[in-house]
Design a protein around this ligand. Structure first.
Ligand SMILES: O=C(O)c1ccccc1N[C@@H]1O[C@H](COP(=O)(O)O)[C@@H](O)[C@H]1O
Length: 221
């Protein structure tokens, strides 16, 4: 499995994620007031600093035309729409050659507020669905809480045929416990990449990369 580490805010964090071998680095834009939200300048600088890791612009409410104006001259070609976007937002970015990741927010009962939009997202050209735990409109990500395996299995079935990533409270041991049927292409982590909710930590990032690459590593030990 590939690994995305989300919420990068500094050169040091970006270098850790890049050097330790994560596949994707999440760069926040358009979530006013959030501590990990980046200015346009910082997002551009961090994206240009990526060597091996692919930068992903992660947005909640930013208008997609404005977002495109920001990223078009950068190396960012992956966008994660993390919120309640209409399908036309996906079509807009797909027309411009972006690889589009749409978060499917799933609550603790296994239900999603975007359930009725999923088919339209597919029709609009969504490349990847990211299943993430939803704790309510004020807690739409970075929850540090995992979904139960039954909800994950249900959504994997619902998204049959699509590329799927998974997020929500994932730790190295939880990644090892995920089904190994290759339906989950990548895992997306925020909380477990940090020490005490602080900065991204090199050893934590290394453990996550190891778990994602060799899911049975800890079971075998
Ligand atoms: O990464 C962040 O800083 C972030 C902030 C606000 C909303 C979402 C955020 N990231 C997304 O949260 C999940 C993973 O979170 P965790 O591992 O459960 O803490 C994933 O979808 C990230 O893209």
């Amino acid at each position: 499995m590939d690994l995305k580490i989300c919420g990068i805010t500094s050169h040091d964090e970006l270098d850790i994620v890049d050097q330790e071998g994560a596949s994707y680095a999440g760069l926040w834009s358009g979530i006013a007031g959030h501590p990990r939200n980046l200015s346009d300048k910082s997002l551009t600088e961090l994206a240009e600093r990526c060597q091996n890791v692919a930068p992903v612009a992660v947005c909640v409410k930013r208008p997609v035309a404005e977002l495109w104006n920001l990223i078009r001259e950068t190396r960012v070609r992956h966008v994660q729409l993390h919120g309640f976007n209409p399908p036309r937002d996906i079509a807009f970015l797909k027309d411009r050659g972006v690889t589009l990741i749409k978060t499917v927010h799933v609550n603790d009962d296994g239900e999603s507020p975007v359930d009725r939009l999923v088919d339209s997202y597919r029709t609009a050209g969504c490349d990847i669905f990211l299943i993430d735990r939803f704790g309510g409109r004020q807690a739409i990500g970075s929850s540090g809480v995992c979904l139960c395996s039954r909800s994950v299995a249900r959504w994997l079935d619902r998204l049959e045929g699509a590329r799927v990533w998974l997020a929500g409270g994932l730790t190295p041991d939880r990644i090892c416990g995920l089904p190994e049927d290759r339906r989950i292409e990548a895992v997306d982590v925020d909380s477990a990449a940090r020490m005490a909710c602080g900065a991204i930590h090199r050893k934590a990032a290394r453990m996550l990369v190891l778990a994602a690459r060799s899911p049975n590593l800890f079971e075998a030990a």
